[in-house]
Design a protein around this ligand. Structure first.
Ligand code: ZN
Length: 333
């Protein structure tokens, strides 16, 4: 394991001496479109230990996850830390500033679909290349934080992705249990090619770094419960990794979700939900309906499987191909 030696630690323009914090940016140079400065914080422990990366705001309007990492920055004390924490709380700044969900409005790309990135592409590609180089390659462990976007009413859950590497899978499983969310999606279908890893957690995993993704928050809200569950989860993982003193009580009986079924709209219209996030639904049950703009019924949305409503569209706006709900199918024990 790569242990942070007791010398200064640099990410982008942020250089922290042992026992110190540093604030800076990861500079993404201009290319076919504009340059981008991604804010980065480093807490470099007084004692040696592993490097943990915490990233949120790939989707810049998933506010609860962004504010959670702002709280982590406030609460991190390098004097008490063994190892180093890299925090990137707001990757997709243009999404945040322009209040555009899902994508970077500069190039209309999701900032969690184009890893490991490349320097000859558009801003998202170049930013993700720099994230791979400056954050993933510098860390030993990684947590990617998300939440329900502006149009998603979401109940909190984590993703655990086994990669058929026993030791790495064991550690990432222990990380997800230490983090503490009690619904865990097992995503076993992630890309295997490190040159086309797509997702941030997968980029780290394919480079040998145990990683998890966590989600809480919904529809533009910043509820204290959502922020605290995410911020506390990050500190729980630091304790699990022995970067902080104290013990962690892993979540005891999580709901393991083996498959996620998506209900999409086949037309543009107005969406009316009939279920709430976190509800259990039966296969075939009507979970909402869509009308045209003169209130005439277009179609009923029905649950494609029995399971938990992980999220349901939070807005009246629905467009052809847009997600109405994600249903999590509970793994058989
Ligand atoms: Zn997201």
């Amino acid at each position: 394991m790569l242990l942070a030696a007791l010398v200064a630690f640099t990410v982008g323009t942020a250089t922290a001496a042992p026992g110190q914090k540093a604030y800076g940016t990861i500079e993404v140079p201009a290319g076919v479109d504009a340059a981008l400065s991604i804010p980065v914080f480093v807490a470099h422990g007084a004692k040696a230990g592993p490097v943990l990366a915490l990233v949120s705001g790939a989707h810049g309007t998933e506010y609860a996850s962004i504010i959670a990492l702002e709280k982590v920055i406030e609460r991190l004390d390098p004097a008490a830390l063994s190892g180093t924490v890299i925090v990137v709380p707001l990757l997709n700044i243009n999404s945040f500033e322009k209040k555009v969900p899902h994508v970077n409005p500069i190039d209309n790309k999701s900032m969690n679909r184009f890893y490991p990135g490349n320097m000859s592409g558009t801003q998202t590609d170049r930013a993700l290349f720099m994230m791979t180089k400056e954050v993933v390659d510098r860390s030993n462990y990684l947590i990617d934080l998300h939440g329900g976007d502006l149009d998603e009413s979401l109940r909190p859950y984590s993703y655990w992705s086994p990669h058929d590497i026993a030791e790495q899978d064991r550690i990432s499983r222990e990380m997800v249990l230490a983090f503490g969310l009690d619904h865990i999606i097992i995503s076993a279908d992630r890309p295997k090619d490190p040159a086309a890893s797509r997702y941030l957690d997968n980029t780290a995993a394919l480079r040998g770094k145990p990683s998890i993704t966590v989600e809480a928050g919904h529809a533009g809200t910043t509820d204290t419960d959502d922020i605290e569950v995410l911020a506390n989860g990050c500190f729980n993982v630091m304790r699990y990794l022995k970067m902080l003193p104290g013990t962690v009580v892993p979540v005891a009986n999580p709901v393991w979700i083996e498959k996620v079924e998506t209900v999409a709209s086949d037309q543009n219209g107005i969406f009316y939900p009939l279920v709430k996030r976190g509800s259990y639904v039966q296969q075939g049950m009507k979970i909402g309906y869509v009308t045209d703009y003169l209130s005439r019924p277009l179609f009923d949305a029905r649950a494609p499987a029995s399971g938990i409503v992980l999220y349901v569209n939070a807005l009246p706006t629905i467009t052809k191909g847009g997600t109405i709900a994600n249903i999590g199918v509970v793994a058989k024990q």
